[in-house]
Design a protein around this ligand. Structure first.
Ligand code: CTP
Length: 412
């Protein structure tokens, strides 16, 4: 899988940098092309000469070329990101992760990150003292990078340079090479989804009561965003219709922000006819206040009533009008014993696949980073998945969708 792949290895200033010449050798052995972007601090821990020798390429450091060198590439800070099929940052320090999260760009590594083409994976392997890694600021940057679609790996536990034992070690070079291979494998262009138009709804909706209040739910949008990202990585043309969430747009995805179920429905209906696969991952409010008030409702009587009217069923609408060449995929959030309801929803909304999940607040459902899905496929198998990160669950869901696409012989 790594054969012929163009990999930029970003090396930052941590003691684990001494392992990076070995990592370069592993990647080269797998027949990848490797260029190393070494930060100023990284150069204090590992020699430029070692990395240049094993990679067979000059090591890239400053964005500013020596202007008096013949044949100098004055736009090298852009071309590296255009060249790369993948960026691996190992070891990643707190400092460089902060720069990447903030969009700062002052060396070849940060420039490569910013100019990387859409859908090119970024794998970040932090290595630092465990307390540093767990600090609020580093965790915030980790979350930001993950929301931007980077794969950020939690450091391993073991002996640290400080003499302490605990969280903070960089993953071993063999493991980094395997993770890179796995990631590139999962986004290979051979996916049957490549070229198909996929629409994903995500997040909650807000239903206005008055100018300052609304009815909503706890959906974070993480599951829908993970699906949109994974679908784009597999070469699909993805439109993500999102309710109000705090997530970055996945690379290569067209995002349309909406607020209410009615707005989400109008936006979705506009693209129904040109959609190959519609995936309803949004937690759409089933009802909205019948008469939202323009200003602010004042406190008055000890009780008040808000009359609610039903919202349009967006996924159901797609299911009702879809042609045999289109797929409708939905979610059913139910009580733990609610699998029969999920089967009923598959029928009622004319879906091809429904992902049944429950909500226990710790490892499945809204706001958490993991999900436990059971994939019910029309007229076919039921796939019971274990507890997975939402990214991995999205990958499994799309694997099942790919099987449906192949069975229906769907073409872009
Ligand atoms: N959905 C939708 N539009 C709605 C309600 C739900 O598109 N107005 C989609 C969701 O994105 C999800 C699926 O339908 O993929 C199931 O949603 P759910 O709320 O569980 O189904 P309901 O039909 O609303 O049933 P209930 O709330 O009674 O469980």
């Amino acid at each position: 899988m790594l054969k012929g792949k163009r990999v930029v290895l970003g090396v930052c200033g941590g003691i684990a940098a001494y392992k990076t010449p070995h990592l370069v050798r592993l990647l080269k052995k797998a027949e990848a092309e490797v260029r190393v972007a070494l930060t100023e601090a990284g150069g204090r821990f590992v020699s430029e000469l070692s990395l240049a020798t094993v990679s067979g390429e000059p090591v890239l450091r400053s964005m500013f070329p020596a202007t008096n060198t013949p044949g100098v590439d004055f736009t090298g800070h852009i071309s590296l990101g255009e060249w790369a099929d993948a960026l691996v940052v190992a070891p990643a320090t707190a400092n460089t992760m902060a720069k990447l999260a903030a969009g700062l760009c002052d060396d070849m590594l940060t420039a490569c990150f910013i100019t990387l083409r859409p859908n090119r994976p970024v794998l970040i392997f932090p290595a630092m003292d465990g307390q540093m890694f767990l600090s609020a600021s580093v965790q915030r940057n980790v979350a930001t990078l993950a929301a931007h679609g980077c794969h950020v790996f939690t450091p391993e536990s073991g002996e640290l340079a400080s003499g302490l034992c605990g969280l903070g070690r960089m993953a071993e070079p063999e493991e980094i090479a395997t993770e890179l291979e796995r990631t590139l494998d999962s986004i290979s262009n051979d996916s049957p989804l490549s070229g198909l138009r996929i629409v994903v709804t995500a997040g909650p909706t807000r239903e206005r009561i008055d100018g300052v209040r609304f009815i909503s739910n706890y959906s974070s949008g993480k599951m829908g965003f993970a699906i949109a990202r994974a679908a784009a990585e597999r070469g699909a043309t993805v439109t993500l219709i999102s309710g109000p969430v705090h997530l970055g747009t996945p690379p290569g995805v067209e995002r349309i922000d909406v607020e209410s179920a009615s707005e989400m429905n109008e936006t979705a209906e506009r693209v129904f006819s040109e959609t190959n696969i519609f995936i309803g991952a949004a937690a759409v409010a089933d009802y909205r206040p019948a008469e939202p008030v323009d200003g602010k409702v004042k406190k008055g009587a000890s009780q008040m009533e808000i009359r609610l009217v039903q919202n349009p069923d967006i996924l159901g609408g797609f299911g009702a009008q879809k042609s045999p060449g289109q797929l409708a995929i939905g979610f059913a959030l139910e009580e733990a014993d609610g699998i029969e309801h999920a089967h009923a929803k598959l029928e009622a909304k004319n879906l091809d696949l429904i992902a049944f999940n429950t909500f226990n607040g710790t490892d499945s459902g809204f706001e958490v980073d993991t999900n436990i899905l059971t994939l019910i496929i029309r007229g076919g198998e039921t796939v019971t998945l274990t507890k997975l990160t939402k990214e991995k669950a999205a990958g499994e869901l799309l694997n099942a969708v790919e099987r449906l696409v192949v069975a229906k012989e769907m073409q872009p």
